[in-house]
Design a protein around this ligand. Structure first.
Ligand SMILES: [Zn+2]
Length: 57
């Protein structure tokens, strides 16, 4: 189960082929390790732009 602490630090960060970033994080309070997948803001904006330009019907 995930801890609810907010003091975490990134121990490893790896970019995936699709532009998302995989991060290994560790909680500084209890040492709990977990990973997150983040979409960089630029990629996200590009995605929004892409969706905006899709035809709607
Ligand atoms: Zn914790």
């Amino acid at each position: 189960m995930d801890c609810q602490h907010e003091e975490t630090k990134v121990v490893e960060s790896r970019k995936k082929e699709d532009g998302r970033v995989c991060r290994r994080r560790v909680c500084e309070i209890c040492g709990h390790r977990f990973s997150t997948v983040e979409i960089p803001v630029e990629e996200y904006l590009k995605f929004c732009e892409f969706k905006k330009n899709l035809p709607t019907d």
